[in-house]
Design a protein around this ligand. Sequence first.
Ligand code: F6R
Length: 258
Amino acid sequence: MFVTVCKDYDEMSRKAAAMVARLVRAKPDAVLGFATGSSPLGLYQELVRMHKEEGLDFSRVTTFNLDEYCGLPPDHPQSYRYFMNENLFNHINVPMERTHVPDGMAEDWRAHCAEYEEMIRQAGGIDLQILGIGSDGHIAFNEPGSSLGSRTRRVFLTRQTIEDNSRFFERKEDVPTSAISMGVATILEARTCVMVVNGTNKAEALAAAVEGPITSMITASALQMHPDTHVFCDEAAASRLTMREYYDWISHQMEADG
Ligand code: F6R
């Protein structure tokens, strides 16, 4: 994993967005994987800025989101489809029909999950997957104990995730308890993974994911097996990393090499 410690959230967002922009310029029909949540918000704002001010063109891009809450329709303000439309898709020129978010209202969720995986395959696979990390070390909604070989499926959220996400809902009872989520193995098939991590509450999870053993108890640790994962984090999130000096040194070398 390549770890870049940034001075703050803005720098983290800009550096991660720059990687997305580089790919989209080099491969205009790139397939991008997106995450929701607070971690990638700044990254999406930067992509919107680059689209508006620098003409970054998303007209041939295809997108797949990691997950969606079960039981929330696309127009529900807390649904991940709504989040993506509001924070990114409505502000760039990606054709809406090329954006994919799992359908949390699917009646036959097994068939829907298989179809979602098939659509990713048909699109040629995901070139670059944006990820956040949960305070329990999850990626997408792959909670502790999820198989590292898991594929897109229906999952149940842990109490911790429900607690973490309750800030977005009026009452804790309103937080959905299950979701459709890409699996760990689905994510590992992306050619490049970019994980954005900020805040002290993520420090332990990040250290476990990057420097701990590979374990289904911290599903983000599976990224250690991925050949091209880039972590962009702020100082607070980096505070528990023991190899910090080495990561800084590599980042400087890589910047110098262009
Ligand atoms: C959301 C997702 C989750 C979040 C994680 C962190 O699509 O995949 O794994 O990335 O829960 O959420 P935030 O960024 O809100 O702290």
